[in-house]
Design a protein around this ligand. Structure first.
Ligand code: SF4
Length: 448
């Protein structure tokens, strides 16, 4: 084991990835060195996810595996949402954890390690201060994560919505926006690192600035970002909340080529009764009008959404309404999830009445319908020229030559499709390509 080394495992969403990256910055700032091999690291840090059951199972599996192979002198710290949500319950399921650190206070990682390494702190060391909200990163810590030419940049955390199926407000607390200047400092840092794409993340990006007294905070922030980092070609908005896509936001997106004509608006369902029960905006007419407005202002807009199937009370008729809605609006990208019963959420009293096989059938039916739409939209791009951010290279099996893998403005990182380009194009750069072929989710292309 190497002293002052750390092995970090980051689970869950892009926001967790950014927190993990910020904790790594703090550790390296204190002289700790990253260690790829957990067996060699003094500190093993797992930034967990506790959002839904499958994510919890994964977090427990990783913690138990690392705890089982932990050697004398090593310290295992469980951080993140599972810890925040369940606290010392986690210790009943994992033996060998030395420290617990809640997601709201990830920035206290050095304090926790100081306590653990002092040998004076009673073990396990709990650091779950009753912080009502997510804390502030220490000065100089960038709340961003770089992957090649792309980066996630956190603009806020926590959420003040009350969606009945969601545990995030209970885990993270209400929505806290990062000051504009801090975000601009991070954006300048990303530009200085040659980043070509910045993906803005929060639980709800459209709520940015409400707690800073800003009106239309996201639109204002986008304009400041665009003025501040002119060399960053793409700025992408993720996690927008229905009902908060304002005319000024649409205007800023349409008038500024740096802001991608891409927006992710999780709608969750299309049946007004189900939406009311989910405590989500249920004005379907607003969705039609807003999508029309977005497409009028940005004809090439790539529109992403997510739906939940099998929510309590969903009948064949309400599911059919969702299917019709999907076929009507023809989204570019759709994620579908089966309802996950979550104790402690507003929907808990409704139980989980929709049988698992029915949820599975409905998920499959929605995905099948979306695959037809996605293929049709991809086929319409054949012959067109698109800019692609190159993220990797490979070789066609059987010696068929080199290919490059990338994403166009229509593809957010990790969740959407890819563009497969003939030849080896420079990774981290944006290159124009002509679309030569279409698959259900991905595109084939040749360099222009
Ligand atoms: S907007 Fe709703 S679903 Fe999204 S994080 Fe907030 S409460 Fe959860």
């Amino acid at each position: 084991m190497n002293e002052k080394t750390f092995h970090l495992v980051s689970l869950g969403c892009a926001k967790n990835t950014v927190d993990s990256n910020a904790m790594a910055q703090l550790l390296q700032g204190e002289g700790y060195r990253p260690e790829q091999d957990p067996a060699q690291a003094e500190v093993i840090l797992v930034n967990t996810c506790g959002f839904i059951e499958p994510a919890r199972e994964e977090s427990y599996a990783v913690l138990n595996e690392l705890a089982a192979s932990k050697k004398a002198g090593q310290l295992l710290v469980a951080a993140g949402c599972l810890t925040q949500r369940y606290g010392e319950e986690v210790l009943k399921k994992v033996t060998g954890i030395d420290g617990l650190l809640g997601t709201r206070r990830w920035m206290d990682i050095l304090q926790v390690l100081k306590g653990l390494r002092s040998g004076r702190a009673p073990l396990p060391l709990y650091h779950l201060p009753d912080a009502p909200v997510v804390g502030r990163a220490p000065e100089g810590t960038h709340e961003a994560h770089i992957e090649g030419g792309s980066a996630f940049l956190k603009i806020a955390d926590g959420c003040r919505r009350t969606c009945a199926f969601c545990a995030i407000p209970a885990i993270k607390g209400t929505a806290i926006s990062r000051p504009v200047e801090e975000i601009l400092i991070d954006a300048r840092y990303l530009q200085s690192r040659g980043v070509k794409e910045i993906n803005l993340i929060a639980q709800d990006t459209t709520d940015y600035g409400h707690d800073l007294g800003m009106k239309d905070g996201l639109a204002t922030l986008l304009t400041s970002l665009s003025d501040t980092v002119p060399d960053v070609s793409w700025i992408r908005i993720l996690y927008a909340y229905p009902g908060y896509i304002t005319d000024s936001l649409i205007g800023v997106m349409a008038d500024n080529p740096q802001i991608l004509p891409y927006i992710d608006i999780p709608l969750q369902h299309a049946d007004p009764e189900i939406l009311k029960s989910m405590r989500r905006p249920a004005n379907i007419e607003w969705v039609y009008q807003t999508v029309e407005k977005l497409r009028q202002k940005m004809p090439g807009l790539a529109l992403r959404t997510t739906f939940i199937v099998g929510y309590p009370g969903e009948t064949e008729r309400s599911f059919q309404r969702l299917l019709d809605f999907l076929e009507d609006l023809e989204f570019d990208r759709v994620g579908v999830f089966k309802y996950s019963f979550e104790p402690g959420t507003g929907a808990e009293p409704l139980g989980d009445p929709v049988p698992a096989d029915v949820k599975e059938e409905r998920l499959a039916a929605l995905m099948l319908a979306q695959q037809e739409i996605s293929l049709k939209k991809n086929q319409a791009l054949i012959g067109k020229t698109l800019d692609v951010l190159i993220e990797g290279q490979g070789e066609v099996e059987g010696g068929g030559g080199l290919i490059s893998l990338g994403r166009s403005y229509r593809d957010a990182p990790e969740i959407d499709g890819m563009v497969i380009v003939e030849g080896d194009l420079p990774v981290g750069e944006i290159a124009p390509v002509r679309i030569s072929g279409a698959m259900v989710y991905d595109l084939a292309a040749v360099p222009v």
